[in-house]
Design a protein around this ligand. Sequence first.
Ligand code: HEC
Length: 238
Amino acid sequence: MIKKYAVFTVLLLFSHLSYGASGGDLKPVAIDLGNKASLQRGAQIYFNNCSGCHTLQYHRYSKFVNDLGISEDMIKSNLILTTNKGEKTKLGSTIINSINHDSIKEVFGVVPPDLTLTARSRGSEWIYTFLTSFYEDETRPMGVNNILYPNVNMPHVLWYKEGLKKLDENNQLILKVKGQLNQKEYEQEITDLVNFLTYVAEPAQLERYSIGFWVMLFLVFFAFITYLLKIEYWRDIK
Ligand code: HEC
């Protein structure tokens, strides 16, 4: 019996180790879907810097009204920056852009992928690490490379915020050209951005949190009623 337990414990230990190793290169990111201010900032960063190339085609602008508390006017004036195949984008439209796939493919070699579900397929930590792992590499067409995603075809679009890093002899990233933000401020902005992309990947999560609260409250209340009932039943038996 003890032997069985020992084997089980060792297996458990190893499964944990292998998990740790595979996720070891990713940096943790503090996702907080309850933080509306962070989600709003993330949305602003996304629409200012990413929506020109990437789409969020399974999401609609109108969802931001209730989910993120952004007013319709704010969405129209600040977030809707792209047209929808030449037509003006409406509040109820899905979040696409009007780039021509053939011509963008010519420039980047690939079509920038849709990002609606990336936080689920790649994980929030992956996106966070990706956006903090760009470094200068003259041999690449975009002048940059990425530690997490070697030979990536995306330019480092946020370099004006982060600055430009380079690899030193020990393969560590060091700052070469200063950007608008210091490291801590940049990491905070990327946290907001990834927080936003995590919400987009599963908007129902916001709702689940609030439903969860009421479910817990109900369970506590129900336990109390059951307890009273138990006392009532046992009164006659004793
Ligand atoms: C100038 C166009 C352009 C802009 C702007 C841009 N990207 Fe990209 N992005 C790309 C291209 C092209 C790829 C594909 C790279 C590859 O596969 O080599 C890519 C890939 C990615 C990926 C990897 C997706 C995957 O699953 O492989 C993520 C995540 C991403 N971009 C996030 C962002 C974010 C966040 C922003 C805004 C800060 C942004 N991108 C702005 C062109 C762009």
